[in-house]
Write a protein that binds this ligand. Structure first.
Ligand code: AMP
Length: 544
């Protein structure tokens, strides 16, 4: 017997319709590429999204067509999120930090029809415009006064002219909730990037789960500033969450340095933010150097790579900002786990609580996790056994776009490529990416643990731990360090000090054998340490 409830497809346009109806006056603030601060509301977002939906249709974009963006976090990007997906086309958020060759490869693979871009990325668009095969129209996300002159980009249109020239009467179409809504490519550190194609249903379900109190914990009374880019897994779902709960939204545009972010947090009364550890490093350095405070910030979600406990401590103990450690993947829309404490943890002392918070957290409702050994046997959830992490759930991919790479699932589970433990309370802790694992004398060493210790040393700005070939142990850990500006300790002395710093903090045989100092650690297009590059750099090094 079926239940007797209405059959209504879960569509992204519902989120916008809800925000317009119930939070019309709520503010959306954007720092724009043009240099101004733009203030609008959800009402205006809805009106402009409808206009843009008409404009996109007039450009010949049909149901299921891909529409690409190369854009910062801003109100126009938000309008495209709703205009494109809401009308049944697919929003493809390209990552502007990629090399032009990769952008061309990905745009061709996605068969993008129209490319919207922020002015910052004009040089990139000029470099790719004559090479991309399917893009018919380019749209600069600005007004007439700021349009590029003598640009080499063909068929170049002006965003604000499109908005002004289109009607605001548009009925969001109703269609199957399994219809594709947006497309993100994985960073492709091995082989070609692969597309994760989200659906309306997966996106709306992910939005419900992400907003929950034990997840990103967002409400109408919040002011959300997503630092995580809208070109990286839909800014972890925050553009959708904001509409669902009716929170004030603040977009930082291209200004992601510590000073600009802090000023914006303060001037707009931001309560919640989210981003990768590298961004927060810049912010903390600025706040520390100028003896500043956060007067409204309550929580920040840190994920994308492991958040060092030293960073958590700084936020929580010095600035009273709660850190929510989170883990996810492009293939998971992206949210998998968030670390919030259970009532039983309230009785722990600060040090013990920090040990829980350093974990990547518990599965959000909808995500199922297990860990398996190399032979596929399930491992116990005892916080000790480490194995490959497998996941399943309604916002986790079943296949990559166009079937690239074959069937990614193993008996219905998606292998994440991460190695982790899961404890009896369900808290998952990543020890490594499987390709970053260090195998010393047949035993695993967690490079993340080694990096977390180094990050707590006052002379260390950034630290990566990689495996180096060793005559006896096959591999041994080596620490690659960027020193904090102003540190004058000679390298040999600092190396000895760092090695001593590990004593009592990790097992003796985990202590790195070697420390090398570098000017910078290469980062991926999404701000993660590119250990592959470091391993290449030190591939001829032999220890032992
Ligand atoms: P991406 O698809 O680019 O978002 O990358 C996903 C990968 O980032 C995961 O498979 C993890 O290896 C890594 N990652 C994400 N969040 C965390 C975290 N909190 N701690 C450690 N690694 C993380």
């Amino acid at each position: 017997m079926n239940g007797l409830m209405m059959q209504q497809p879960l569509l992204i346009s519902m989120l916008l319709a809800h925000a317009e109806r119930h939070h019309a006056e709520q503010e959306i603030v954007s720092k724009r590429v043009e240099g101004d601060v733009h203030r609008s509301t959800y009402r205006e977002l809805a009106v402009r999204s409808r206009r843009m939906a008409n404009a996109v249709a007039a450009l010949g974009v049909k149901f299921g067509d891909r529409v690409a963006t190369l854009a910062w976090n801003g109100h126009r990007h938000m309008e495209l999120y709703y205009a494109v997906s809401g009308s049944g086309a697919v929003l493809h958020t390209l990552n502007p930090r990629l090399h032009p060759d990769q952008v061309v490869w990905i745009a061709d693979h996605a068969e993008d029809q129209v490319l919207f871009f922020d002015l910052t990325f004009l040089p990139l668009v000029e470099a790719v415009a004559s090479r991309v095969k399917t893009v018919r129209t380019f749209v600069a996300m600005t007004d007439r006064a700021h349009m590029p002159v003598n640009s080499k980009v063909p068929n170049l249109l002006c965003y604000e002219e499109l908005v002004a020239g289109a009607s605001d009467r548009f009925h969001w179409p109703q269609f199957d909730e399994h219809t594709a809504s947006s497309l993100c490519y994985t960073s492709g550190t091995t082989g070609n990037p692969k597309g994760a194609l989200y659906s309306h249903r997966s996106t709306v379900l992910h939005t419900y789960a992400a907003a929950l109190p034990d997840a990103l914990n967002c409400a109408a009374r919040d002011t959300i500033l997503p630092v995580v880019p809208m070109f990286h897994v839909n800014a972890w779902g925050l553009p959708y969450v904001a509409c669902m709960v009716g929170a004030k939204l603040v977009f930082p545009g291209p200004w992601l340095d510590g000073k600009s972010l802090h000023e914006l947090f303060e001037s707009e009364g931001v309560t919640v933010s989210a981003g990768v550890p590298t961004v927060w490093q810049g912010l903390l350095a600025h706040v520390e150097a100028h003896d500043l405070k956060f007067s409204t910030m309550r929580r920040t979600v840190i994920g994308g790579s492991a958040c060092p406990p030293a960073m958590m401590r700084a936020f929580q103990e010095r600035y009273d900002v709660q850190v929510l450690h989170a883990w996810g993947m492009t293939e998971m829309s992206p949210l998998g786990t968030v670390c919030t404490l259970k009532p039983k943890h309230q009785t722990l002392n600060a040090e013990q609580r920090m040990a829980v918070q350093a974990k990547q957290g518990r599965a959000v409702f909808g995500v199922d996790m297990k860990i398996v050994a190399e032979d596929g046997q399930q491992l116990p959830h005892d916080g000790q056994a480490a194995g490959e992490l497998l996941v399943r759930g309604p916002w986790i991919i079943s296949s990559y776009f166009k079937g690239e790479g074959g069937d990614p699932l193993v008996n219905g589970w998606f292998p994440t490529g991460d190695v982790s433990t899961i404890d009896a309370d369900g808290y998952m802790q990543i020890t490594d990416r499987s390709k970053d694992v260090i195998k010393s004398g047949g035993e695993w060493i967690s490079s993340i643990d080694i990096e977390n210790v180094a990050a707590a040393h006052p002379a260390v700005q950034m630290a990566a731990c990689i495996a180096v070939a060793h005559a006896k142990w096959d591999e041994r850990p080596m620490l690659v360090v960027v020193k904090k500006p102003g540190v004058t300790t000679p390298d040999a002395e600092l190396k000895a000090e760092l090695i001593r710093f590990y004593e009592g903090k990790v097992a003796k045989w985990w202590i790195p054998d070697e420390v090398r100092f570098v000017a910078e650690i290469p980062l991926t297009a999404t701000g993660k340490m590119l250990k592959l590059k470091l391993r290449e750099q030190f591939k001829d090094l032999r220890l032992g």
